[in-house]
Design a protein around this ligand. Sequence first.
Ligand SMILES: [Zn+2]
Ligand SMILES: [Zn+2]
Length: 244
Amino acid sequence: MVDKVPSSTSISNDPAAGCLLCSADLVYRDAQSVIPCALCGEELSTSAVCANGHFVCDRCHSLGALDLIQHYCSMSDCTDPATMALQLMRQPVLKMHGPEHHYLVPAVLITAWCNRHDDTEKSAKLKTARQRAEDVKGGFCGFHGTCGAAMGAGIACSIITSATPLSGDPWRLANLMTATCLAAIAEPGGPRCCKRDTFLALQTAIAFLNDQLDTGLPIPKLIRCGFTGSNRECIGRRCPYFPG
Ligand SMILES: [Zn+2]
Ligand SMILES: [Zn+2]
């Protein structure tokens, strides 16, 4: 059982800029060329790619939050859940607070797990996670006593272990995952912050998966929150990710 959040390394969080996938600067070429969109695969003529060669089409740039999370994770080969979560959080379509974080948590955990284990069912698992996460409404933390980020981690564990209400050990693990994340999230006290609660859920969930299922996912060591100025209810030094 994981009973506390591991201490830290280095994930910074600069404000959004540049490439939607990797934040590298966009490079505008003189000539147009036909390049597949890194998110949807459609081949289109463009003169704008990022310094790492990514092109994201206008349609993908205007996706809603859940569609963006699902597309991004489907196409990503990353095995680091925290890196993916931060990259997605930098996109303006993901608000400071909101139920999109209930899908963000299972999406990046499932993506990292599938990429690490060459799981060919990643797209199907991401779709199932989205359907389940959409049932977890905003405000559940305060009104139902169960933060949606913790439930998102439980959803990821359920899908990874193929848990059902009739399962034995997968049922135990899925519920224990939610409980462990929820305990970590509750500890600093409110008001809620969807960024803090997502970071706490991910750090706890990664340690839990590594401990219980030997998944070998990278543990984020230091997250310094870049969203403090956008959060009217930031709890400041009571938050483990407060930068100052
Ligand atoms: Zn890029
Ligand atoms: Zn596209």
